[in-house]
Design a protein around this ligand. Sequence first.
Ligand code: BG6
Ligand code: MG
Length: 216
Amino acid sequence: MNKIKACIFDLDGVIVDTAIYHFQAWRRLANQLGFDFTEHDNEQLKGVSRTRSLEIILELGGVTKTEAEQAELATLKNTWYVEMISKMRPDEILPGAKEFVTACREAGIKTALGSASKNSMMILDKVGMTQLFDAIIDGNKVTKAKPDPEVFLKGAEELEVEPAECVVFEDAIAGVEAAKAGGMKAVGIGAPDVLTKADLVLSGLDKMTVGMLEEL
Ligand code: BG6
Ligand code: MG
């Protein structure tokens, strides 16, 4: 078995709980378009790109828009989302996240962020965690969305480690699939009956220790 040399973390739902802000902004957009969007529907958007999220919402509402209109709507949603995340504070870091990332670094394990969000840098800055990652791969650096492994493979490349030496932490089904497709170990953050392809599923990073990395 390969020794684990790096941990790659998804952002939304693993480091911070921004799903609520995404939900509020998408719901405001749906309401403006004349239909509602529930928290249950929101589950379908986890780990999914901004463009694809909008397509799903329009399908749910039975609304058709041109490509140009879709671009405008996605920008509008993002303006509202950015308004909310610009007020984020360090107390919005999920339990155990900062502690575990710090423990990895102290143990000589490299750390990277692997997120679909184009707003990753702003969020990390607001919660004061930018300096805790040796590499940051976000939605601006990738062309293929999860479950494609591109985001995590780029992370491994920047950290100069082999995929088999990496563990990915993910809350989305597509994210776990991306990690496995890239030849990495995957720790799911969430429910075992949802993240069935993960090597281990935990309720949060507060349940993770550096010692557990070698047991995966
Ligand atoms: C992912 C979220 O991390 O980022 C998705 O789980 C979101 O819900 C995606 O749509 C893209 O985020 P952003 O901030 O670029 O719109
Ligand atoms: Mg996520």
